[in-house]
Design a protein around this ligand. Structure first.
Ligand code: NAD
Length: 434
């Protein structure tokens, strides 16, 4: 398993758990040292326990050298990062570098599996690259990953489906054998072409991102027209054709996947002279949502910040320490640029946020500590611990009882009764006594 990020580490550890011998390889020496001690450098529920067990039982090894894993491997997964390049295209240098190195190391009939999310056509290129250097037959598979950060172990262990893109019968059999322990509840293993497998990953993320931007657009219209988006959400969500998932209005999507994968898909379509109109609108609505929140806060204070602003939540979503493309980070940056002092709290993402925001933000150890002397609170991530706070205690700590709830955690009428001015997404602003 090459690459021990969120995907590679979880996949490697889970494959060891089902009885395979796994060598996880990464260029990041510090990460490999940490992992070899049985410590997990990311926050992912349930991962540490399985990692420790498999290390102890000798099925899992960590190394910085491809030579330690590739020559013996029946299956070699490439799960390195494909971050956005300067023009929005996926940066494939890591994937290509691993493929080139692996070409000289793999054994006969090895199966090379591309697990990283790569633009349509990339896996074919990788096959050509390896074929140019590898003296014996090998197979190539595109096997996109659909796990969610925060629930990655569960998702890998119990996937809704597994997608195997390959033209090789033999490789399809090897992959089926590898994944069978994870699909015992009759979930399908879907065999398709390499290009369809590459596209499936982009289409899945584009659909989910579209749902989020859709409900945010509906929320914005609700607010203008005096409707309550939460009622509307429920009104449509019970329709089984629509459903509730990914239909929560908020500050939009972030993370290391949706924004980057949408960018890459828009770009790839453009290269084929296709204008992806829906996808571009999804991006635009998403960008506007975080700008809207920063503007709302600034507008309330007429752009003059005399007291600090508290921010709850820095991760791009709950249950993760990942702050890549997090709406919270952009909102904090925008508040800082407008001259606000920011006191922030996140249960697990503060360290990663600090690496991005530096010492310009006061990082607090508890949610209540962040409220000390604050002119307002912005809720940017819907961590469970924010859902039932003591409003009395909050009011005592804050200079002014003002909340900008970017995740619609509370009922506006209750907030008004508790004496708060309460802004939320797609609902009427509540004011004390109203
Ligand atoms: P990540 O940034 O967390 O980790 C990538 C790892 O690859 C890092 O540890 C890095 O050191 C390592 N790496 C980079 N170049 C390397 C090289 N040449 N040799 C060895 N190691 C190298 O990335 P991630 O979130 O795990 O994502 C990996 C891929 O999976 C991406 O293509 C991503 O789009 C896709 N994906 C991510 C998720 C997710 O939820 N994070 C879900 C599905 C798919």
């Amino acid at each position: 398993m090459v690459g021990t990020g969120y995907v590679g580490l979880v996949a490697g550890v889970c494959l060891a758990e089902s009885g395979n011998d796994v060598v996880c390889v990464d260029v990041d020496e510090r990460k490999i040292k940490t992992l070899a001690k049985g410590e997990v450098p990311i926050y992912e529920r349930g991962l540490e326990e399985i990692l420790e067990r498999n290390l102890r039982e000798g099925r899992l090894k960590f190394s910085t050298k491809l030579e330690d894993g590739a020559p013996d491997a029946d299956v070699l997964f490439i799960a390195v990062g494909t971050p956005p390049g300067p023009g929005g295209e996926a940066d494939l240098s890591g994937v290509f570098a691993v493929a080139k190195r692996a070409a000289g190391l793999i054994k006969e009939k090895a199966v090379i599996v591309i697990k990283s999310t790569v633009p349509v056509g990339t896996t074919d290129k990788i096959r050509e690259m390896i074929a140019a250097q590898c003296p014996h037959p090998f197979d190539v598979v595109m096997n996109p990953e659909f796990m969610k950060e925060g629930a990655a172990v569960d998702d890998f262990m119990k996937p809704d489906r597994v997608v195997i893109g390959t033209s090789s019968e033999r490789a399809a059999r090897v992959m089926t054998e590898l994944y069978e322990p994870f699909v015992r509840t009759e979930k399908p293993i879907l065999r398709m072409s390499i290009r369809s497998a590459e596209m499936t990953k982009y289409a899945a993320n584009a659909m989910l991102a579209t749902k989020i931007s859709f409900i945010n657009e509906i929320a914005n219209i609700c607010e203008k027209l005096g409707a309550d988006v939460n009622d509307v959400r429920r009104g449509i969500g019970f329709d089984s054709r629509i459903g509730f998932q990914f239909l929560f209005p908020g500050l939009g999507f972030g993370g290391s996947c949706f924004p980057k994968d949408l960018d890459a898909l828009v770009r790839r379509a453009g290269e084929e002279s296709y204008e992806p109109r829906i996808l571009k609108a999804v991006q635009e609505v998403n960008r506007a949502q975080r700008e809207w929140m920063a503007g709302l806060v600034a507008g309330h204070f007429n752009n003059k910040f005399t007291d600090p602003i508290a921010v709850w939540g820095l991760a791009f979503k709950p249950q993760t320490d990942d702050v890549r493309e997090a709406p919270a980070i952009d909102i904090v940056k925008s508040l800082l640029e407008r001259g606000a002092v920011v006191r922030a709290y996140d249960p697990v993402a503060a360290r990663n946020a600090e690496a991005v925001l530096g010492d310009k933000v006061i990082f607090c150890d508890t949610a209540y500590e962040a409220l000390g002397g604050a002119a307002a609170l912005v809720i940017a991530t819907e961590w469970n611990e924010f859902r039932r706070p003591s409003f009395e205690r909050m009011k005592k700590l804050m200079k002014q009882p003002v909340i900008f709830d970017g995740r619609n955690l509370f009922d506006p009428a209750t907030m008004a009764e508790n004496g708060f001015t309460y802004y939320s997404v797609g609902r009427k602003t509540a004011r004390p006594g109203l």
